[in-house]
Design a protein. Structure first.
Length: 137
C-alpha cells in the first residue's frame, strides 16, 4: 500500500503534539517497518521546514529533521498539472486539492490526514491516522 501523509500528521510526529502523537508515531514506525510505503509532497517539505524552524529557531535542526524524515518516507513532486487540475476540483481547500491531484497522479492508494472534512469531495480514499492504522493491522 502507498499512502500520502498530510503535513498535519508529520508535524504531530515531529513535535509530539498531543493527543495525536501516538498515532503519528505508529504511522511512521509502520512506514519504517515497511508495512506500507509512506510519502510526503515536495510542497509539504517546505511547510515542515517552516513550521519546525518557527518552533526551534534553528535552520540546522529544521533541515536535520526533514533529512531524518526522508529516511523513513519518500517524497513526491508537485507538478503544474497537479495545480491546474486542483483549480477545477470541487474541493474548497486548494492546498488539499493539490495534494489529492498529486496523490492521484502518483498512484497513491490513499491519503492520511487529521483534516478529513476538507477531503470530503476527494476522489481517493482518505483516512484519519487511527483508521489507517486499523487498516494496516
Amino acid at each position: 500500500m502507498k499512502a500520502l501523509i498530510d503535513t498535519c500528521v508529520v508535524m504531530d510526529f515531529l513535535q509530539k503534539r498531543e493527543p495525536f502523537a501516538a498515532d503519528a508515531l505508529q504511522i511512521f514506525r509502520s512506514a519504517a517497518s515497511e508495512l506500507f510505503f509512506g510519502y510526503i509532497t515536495a510542497k509539504s517539505s517546505t511547510d515542515i521546514y517552516y513550521l519546525t524552524h518557527r518552533l526551534t529557531h534553528s535552520n540546522e535542526e529544521a533541515r536535520h529533521k526533514i533529512n531524518a524524515l526522508l529516511t523513513i518516507v519518500g517524497m513526491l513532486d508537485n507538478t503544474a498539472t497537479d495545480v491546474f487540475s486542483a483549480l477545477s476540483s470541487p474541493m474548497t481547500d486548494f492546498e488539499d486539492a493539490v495534494m489529492v491531484e498529486t496523490a492521484l497522479r502518483s498512484k497513491m492508494d490513499c491519503i492520511v490526514t487529521r483534516n478529513i472534512k476538507d477531503y470530503e469531495k476527494a476522489n481517493i480514499p482518505v483516512y484519519e491516522p487511527a483508521d489507517f492504522l486499523a487498516l494496516l493491522m
